[in-house]
Design a protein around this ligand. Sequence first.
Ligand code: TRH
Length: 382
Amino acid sequence: MTHEAGSRLMRNSSTGFDIFCRVVDNYGDIGVCWRLARLLEQLNPGATIRLRVDNLQALARIEPTIDPALREQTKCGVAVTLWTENTLDATPQDVVIEAFACDLPQQFIARMIKRDSLCINLEYLSAEKWVEGCHGLPSPGQNGLRKYFFFPGFTTATGGLLREPDLLKARDSWLAQPDSRWRLLEEIGMGQPLIDGLRSGWRQVYLFCYPSAPADDLIHALDVQDTPTVLIVPSGVYPSLRDRSTGKVHVFEAPFVSQEDFDHLLWCSDLNFVRGEDSLVRAIWAGRPFVWQIYPQEHDAHLAKLSAWLELSRFSAPVTQLLQAWNSATPTLALRELRVALTPAVMDEWRERAAYRCEELSSRCDLAQNLVDFCAKNRRKE
Ligand code: TRH
């Protein structure tokens, strides 16, 4: 079935979606679910899209219009509900998305079976090869529940990556109006001297990382550059950097912003440092050089994922070495690699590669559309 046919089918039948999300830690789980919920709403106008999340504070941090005191609210066409045990007596929608194996309550599963809802087990993003073989497979049944694995990924044999329609066009027109950038920096509290510095050609670096990142190495590497840097760090992400400004590096602690403004900050930075899952994808769509810190897992399980992603991404050797160093615990390794990566020749090549990879990946169907098509195909028993 073509993408168009799939989405038509879903629209005609006005398919409703329930998304269940448990916030394990950080913002990735809710970041992905909130983005997906809004995309499903756009693809299925008029249908009920319900997001149940067990931590409204986390959502409010990345979506300031959410009131964490309200157990039920509708934002951007999505019904947002605090997930507690007693909110589960509702009728399940046609499709129920269990995000990141968040374990639905038995009582709700029984209702899904009765209603013949389709259950989608939305998994974490990985570039590992085995994902292609598991994407779309039925998950062994629970008393007749129709459940499938849905894997995001970087190849056409996976569920793809979340991307809003016309995102790159929106990015390019935002960047074509530099006043939007200066306004945003002012709104997040950056002082005029730093904005003036950026207007005069200083480098802007955005740093969203885990506490284990070698951020000191970054400060040292930037401090020996000819061009001064404004280093934007979201509040609470690396508090010890607050007092680490040097002659050449101006650390600016920014508040958390909406996902839309988060994109804007990535779009207008010369170099981005991102982490986890969703901000990796956003850095790709920014089309600019970025360094990714993968979410650390027990027994270094994340290292295989990192290697798989590096292999697929085909960066130049200095950039690949920097990405490995940024994710390793070896002291000062990143400093050496950062110094190499920040040289003009490496940066130029990196810029080109980032822009190319963004174009390449954005030519593929996005995850929300793939999911809608998949559900249209598997929705009813034959
Ligand atoms: O916050 P994270 O580290 O989330 C992690 C990862 O997703 C990891 O894979 C997962 O297993 C773990 O959570 C439980 O990084 P991530 O995925 O980039 O999510 C951050 C989200 O926060 C993303 O949607 C962007 C958003 N964000 C904003 O909207 N505004 C901001 O100011 C900032 C800093 C982030």
